[in-house]
Design a protein around this ligand. Sequence first.
Ligand SMILES: Nc1ncnc2c1ncn2[C@@H]1O[C@H](COP(=O)(O)OP(=O)(O)OP(=O)(O)O)[C@@H](O)[C@H]1O
Length: 817
Amino acid sequence: MATPRPAPFTPKRPLSTVSQETPSISRFPSQIRAQTPLQANPPAKKIKASVTSESRTRTTAKLKPAPAPGSPKKTGIGSRPPTPGKPDSRPGTPRTPTRSTVDSASFNPDFDPEEGLVDFQNVDVDLSGEFDEDTIPVANYGAEDKVLVSIRVRPSEQSSAWAIDNVHKVLKLKEQHAKTSASAAHEFRFDEVLTGSENKPVYNATAKSHVHAAMDGYNAVIFAYGQTASGKTFTLTGDETQPGIIPRAMKDVFTHIRRTPTREYLLRCSYLEIYNEQIHDLLSASGQPVQLQGIGDNVIISPLREEVVTSLKGVRAVMERGEGNRRTASTDWNERSSRSHSVFRLVIESRDRGSSDRDASPVRPPTPGGPLLHAKEGRSVTTSVLSLIDLAGSEKATSDKDRTREGKYINTSLLTLGTVIGTLAENATKSSKSKADHVPFRNSKLTRMLQPSLSGNARISVICTLNPDSSAIAESTSTLLFAQRVKRVQLNALKKEVVDTDALIERYRKEIEDLKRRLAEREKDGPVLNRRLSAREQIDESRAKNDMSSRIHQLSKLILTSQTVDEDKGDESRPASPSKLNFDYTPYQLQQELLASKRLVETQANQILSLEAALASRPLLPVDASESEKDKLIEEQKCTIDDLQRAIDGFEAHLGEPLRQTREDVEKEWSQRLDEEKRLREEKEHWANELVRELEKEKRNRRKLEQENKALADFVSNADSLGLSRQSSSLQTRIPMANRSNNVLQDSRKRSLSLGTVMENSPLKISNKIKDEPSLLEQTPEEAWEEVADISFGHEKSWASRDQGEQVDKENMPIVA
Ligand SMILES: Nc1ncnc2c1ncn2[C@@H]1O[C@H](COP(=O)(O)OP(=O)(O)OP(=O)(O)O)[C@@H](O)[C@H]1O
């Protein structure tokens, strides 16, 4: 049996406050609308149906009776007024690119990056009448370790089912309803219990201290939770007469800057939504799904467009653009129900402006629990993120198929949020961390995105919105139980700061200054230079200047975008180039972007090189290292030296030994050869001396023989001349002469024998020719005699013929003779 559908809460608003033509800015004050450039050209955005816009009630507005249960007014998307530039705004359909008209960092060569830095002098606070001008509260958020949980009960035309005690911050179900409800006995107590349509007290009680915590360097999360049509969007965004938490928070941010002359700030904002478990960047026209990367509590949202904002007006414009891209639809309970969880993020970077300013300025007291911001040279950079989350409302099944499907996703993620909060609350009560239960953060995109904050690294404020009607008691009780669980979650948020004074922001600032100086020089020389340049060169020069401007612009954006990550890197987290490509740019602008990116890569490559060089040349120990550190280093180096020595010894033992052996063997062999050669030489010298001596002796003997031969010849000739008997005398003469010659030959033979012995043993080589010639020593006495006779009587002739006919080696001459 179909249960009667609860009456939708659609309080009406007087038509005069909102016009049909400008529905997109229905949530902002009319005076703001007048200032924004969107007025002339309203941005493409999905809006609540005019009926819904009108239905927003003022504080004192009387709520009109709701349509009869069971017959909800289904306006539907198709029945909404046409939205300029957005023909089909159906949930889930691709969104038409929207162009930023904000004074956030748009692509403009004349953009001065210094303008991106906001301080107390140049901040545009744009104080409006409806905003609170209270002094900044210095809340004790530093000591806070619990989630700030508040209940906001929406006004209702019906009588409330709940007894509300604002003073004691207690809610209790009324008697008449308690009988049938499970929460009958429950009395719910929270940090704040708020009623009415005034958003200012809600902001002051639930968000203000967290906004200032974010400005002071803490991550802060403020989110609204509750059933559909209970007032989450109204609380966070509000309308033109009742700005919600987000516009008030933004206004407070700029007020804070104006009141803090000691620091300078850089603000970036992004806007995304989780629709059917897919994350979409509400500021990017690319339609590219956003991914969650990182490990554990380190969650990177990428690619995500972040826009530098320098004024409240700029923030509003960015918000409007994002709002326009949000998926909303009419449901049975809400004419413009949020069909997604939306997250508005503001990244706040700040740094000290220097000691002189600090001394002169009124200084806020240091934040309790947080580290001091002042680094060595007082230029540390503090980064924090303020997240403002409007959750989709939990709901029962609707009559629309698409809404039912969306509702399933919404309910699943809210259920996961509940489970995560429940587990965290349970874990907070456990004494040891090892007993802690696994927290299923990854079960939904919402909880995964909130993991760092829910794990404790953020100040959290939860505003649970209630529909006080009796028909919603079950949902309200569920919401209150969720709120109770959240209250038990333990927090431990710390400031996030870059203590290193060489932070990126500083380095890029230097580069920006350098580029600006160079650009100014070119501008100065421009007129003179242009006269000398051809038309083509002038265009090139102009392009170069544009490149420089783009580069300045790009760098100024880079300073602010350390959150993005290279997709290809997977889970590895590192600062990377931001994904800020705007497809609304003209081709020329895209080219400029490309050029600027290329140059950035080059610069970063150079920076890497110089860092590597610095790393390589850095001393092993700092100058002010302690003695123990030095001793330790010496000890380590000694160990290294010992190791090296051992290695050298090992080398000697295993490789040096064979080499030495070889060398010794070679040396020995050559030394033996040398000795042998020396010995042979000595022997030769010795025999040469012997030969010389023998030769001399032979010469003497020869001379003696010649003398004897001559004397004999003289004697014979004298005897012949005396006429002695020729026969007898010749015979007689011959005999003694023969005897005598024999004697001489015998002597010669002896001498030759001794010389022959010498020659035989001599190492000197004797010519074969001489060897073959018959020696006197080997001749018979008769032959010798003939020879002698021949010598006696024809020696002159004999020697002459020898000279002519025979080639006798002179060396052998004495021997033969
Ligand atoms: N405190 C309030 N005072 C006056 N009007 C309110 C209040 N809370 C909610 N409303 C009105 O109730 C209607 C539904 O509120 P709202 O859209 O904020 O609900 P929601 O919780 O965001 O719903 P959903 O989850 O479906 O998006 C709106 O028209 C809104 O103006």
